[in-house]
Each structure stands twice: as C-alpha cells, then as structure tokens.
Design a protein around this ligand. Structure first.
Ligand code: FEO
Length: 402
C-alpha cells in the first residue's frame, strides 16, 4: 500500500520506515526503528532526492510509482552515497532508464565502487558546488557538505519553496509515526535523545565540517529542513540549529556528571554509587551512571557530549583495562570529543594497572581537563579510602558549580 505524503503541493514524501532492523550500520541499536527519507518533486521535470535502503525497496518503489502517476523520472539527485540512501539507485535506473543521476564527482566514484556490476555512466550528470538545476518552477542549488557524514555529502536547496534537503544533517534515529512534520508531535519526547545519539555517534567526529556546512547554509533563506532520517522541520528550526551549533563546537549543553564504570563483581560499581551519592548530597544535579558492560557505547557517548563532566572507573583485567571499558574508550576516542572535565578511578586486587593505563589513555585526548588525581582502589572502597572519595566528590562538585 502506498504511503506517499505531501510535503507541499508538488513535493512528495516517498520514504519508508524500518522498525525491524536491530542495528544501524550494524553497530548502533535501533530500539525505535529508523526512517529512510526520500522526496519526489513533481514539476515540468520530475526529480527524486535520494533513495532508500534496500531493505524497504518494495514499499519505496510503490511510493515512487504512485507519486509519479505514470510520469517518467527525469532526475535522481544523490546527496549521500551511503547504502541506506543509495540502495535503490540501480533499481530506479532500471525502471526509469531516462533518469539522469545528479551527483558530484566523489558520489559518482562511490556509485561505481558500490555497484560495479552495472554501468550507469551514460546517465551521469555531474555537478559542482553552487551548480543549479531547473525543474520548471523549482530550482535546485547544490551545496557541498563534505564529511557531514561522508566526503561526497551535499545538501540541495530548493529555491521556490525554500527547502533545504540536508542529507544526514538534522536527522535522527527513530521511525516515523505517521506524522511527517516535527511540529505534529512531541519531538523532544519521541526523538530528542535519539537525535543527539544519532548526531554524536554518526557525525560527532566532524564538528569542524558541520560548522562549515552550517555557515554555507546560513546564506540561504531556509523555511523547511528535510533530512534523510526522521521528521521534517517547517517550524522552530532554531531548535535544531541551536543544538547543532553546540554539538558541532563540542560545547556541553548542561552541567552534569556522567559516571562510567567497568565492574567485574560489583565492587567498582559500588564505589561509583557511593561517589554519585556523595555528589548528590553536595548538590550536584544531572548525574548519569553507566555500566559499560551493559549499556551500548552510543548512549553513553551521547550523554558525554551533553554534560560537562566525566568520571571513568575501571577494574583491571589481565593487567589491562577491563575489555568492555577499553572497547568503549576506543570507540569514544575515534569521535574526537572535546571540552570535558574528567577524573579517573582504577581498581584491582593485585597489580591494579588500570589506573595508569587510563591515565595514559586520557593524556592523548584533546581539550580534556583532568580535575583530580586518579584514585586506585584495592578491590573494594574501604573505610580508609572513603575520605579520598569524599575529597574527590568535593573537588568534582566545586568544578561543576564553578
Ligand atoms: Fe543515513 Fe550517512 O547515512
């Protein structure tokens, strides 16, 4: 059954939802599914802006055929060549052999790499930064946004209806619920956290490039933002813009402390619970405790972006950092998160080397300020060491309130 929705009179949503996929990119959990957005402009010429993942091909093609209502497809615009969006270019080209594939040089190279079994070169329509394409009443302008997620990414601005087709930018995890527009639902409740988890884990590493792309976009009059995942924005776009401004500058949104621990038999966990209780008693709000063996790193990373302070605590295992913590730290390090204040706690029943290894690891982080001497526990938080923890709590509380 067709699920086409109108964005405007002549621009149609032909995207699809996947609520069964367990992990996006085979790494990020999707408890609420995901939408793959695709848009069709019906003018003197017809154009599809991006396709969808191959898992939802059947629904997508039904939507496209329904929205075209017997017309031919003139253009397939490729803003992003990642398979969750390019997964139906070949299929569309088979159905609509006259459709020109509008993309930049990098995207066309990727198209050749991803689909070596087909040769679509005859249909390539290569564009450069700032090029325009008239469809009749609608005119598309191509704005390059490299590394807002991949190097070939571009945004497309439609001049008549003032819509920014923003590729992955401003998107979110979470399937659509029938309401296409962010102002038709409680965005904060349904997508607020997932939008942050999506940005921080997918694009978080490329803050500089996001800032640059936003600078280019600010020269256009944007009345609507249509990302490739999640709801479309036609009101209050400053909400999104403000979030992206902070995230891309690695500016914390809120004072608060994320306490991340790796604990084999619960003793490190217990010490962190004690520390958090002390912090709460000292008036520190917005505490978040995570067990890295339990919570997927993407959720912890999203909160680390959000808050000002991070406490890392790990047991020693085979003379190293406990593997789930090591894996978490490696994943976080890849994202180049900046502007955090942190403290470290190691634990071990013999040769508690985790403290030293954590210290070495964090010394490499850019713009991370160490606010306390690391503490080493010998198995449990003993009565004699409580004083050290109390001092640590006082130091963190003072730093949070500064
Ligand atoms: Fe939604 Fe970078 O793909």
């Amino acid at each position: 059954m067709q699920t086409v929705q109108n964005i405007t009179e002549s621009i149609h949503y032909v995207g699809c939802n996947d609520r069964r996929l367990e992990k996006f990119e085979n790494i990020f959990p999707l408890p609420n599914g995901i939408s793959y957005n695709s848009f069709l402009i019906n003018d003197e010429k017809t154009a599809i802006l991006d396709t969808v993942d191959s898992s939802v091909t059947e629904q997508f093609l039904e939507n496209v055929q329904g929205a075209l209502a017997g017309r031919d497809l003139d253009y397939i615009v490729v803003n992003h060549m990642e398979p969750d969006h390019c997964g139906n270019i070949v299929e569309l080209s088979r159905l609509y052999p006259n459709g020109k594939i509008v993309a930049n040089k990098k995207a066309l190279n990727f198209l050749d790499q991803f689909y070596p079994q087909v040769d679509l070169k005859e249909n390539y329509h290569q564009v450069k930064e700032g090029d325009t394409l008239s469809l009749g009443k609608h005119e598309l302008t191509f704005i390059f946004a490299p590394m807002v997620h991949w190097p070939e990414v571009m945004f497309t601005y439609e001049k008549t209806e003032k819509i920014l087709f923003s590729a992955d930018a401003f998107g979110t995890f979470g399937a659509l619920h029938g309401n296409l527009f962010a102002d038709e639902l409680d965005y904060d409740l349904l997508y607020g956290e997932e939008c942050r988890r999506y940005y921080t884990n997918i694009v978080g590493k490329y803050g500089k490039q996001v800032t640059k792309a936003m600078g280019k976009v600010s020269e256009f009059d944007v009345q609507m933002i249509a990302p490739l995942h999640g709801p479309i924005w036609r009101k209050d776009t400053s909400y999104l813009w403000d979030r992206y401004t902070k995230w891309s500058a690695y500016e914390p949104e809120k004072k608060g402390v994320v306490l991340v621990y790796a604990s084999i038999y619960g003793n490190t966990a217990s010490a962190i619970d004690y520390l958090a209780t002390r912090l709460s008693n000292l008036g520190v709000t917005d505490l978040r405790i995570y067990d890295v063996s339990k919570t997927h790193p993407s959720y912890i990373i999203a909160d680390i972006f959000k808050f000002t302070h991070v406490i890392i605590s790990s047991s020693t295992y085979n003379l190293n950092i406990f593997p789930p913590m090591k894996a978490f730290l490696d994943e976080m390090a890849q994202l180049d998160i900046q502007n955090k204040k942190y403290a470290l706690i190691g634990n071990g029943s013999w040769s508690p080397t985790a403290t030293k290894q954590l210290t070495q690891f964090f010394a490499e982080f850019k713009n991370w300020e160490n606010i306390a001497e690391p503490i080493t526990l010998s198995t449990t938080l003993s009565e004699t060491q409580k004083n050290e923890f109390d001092q640590l709590a006082a130091g963190i509380a003072a730093s949070v309130s500064a």
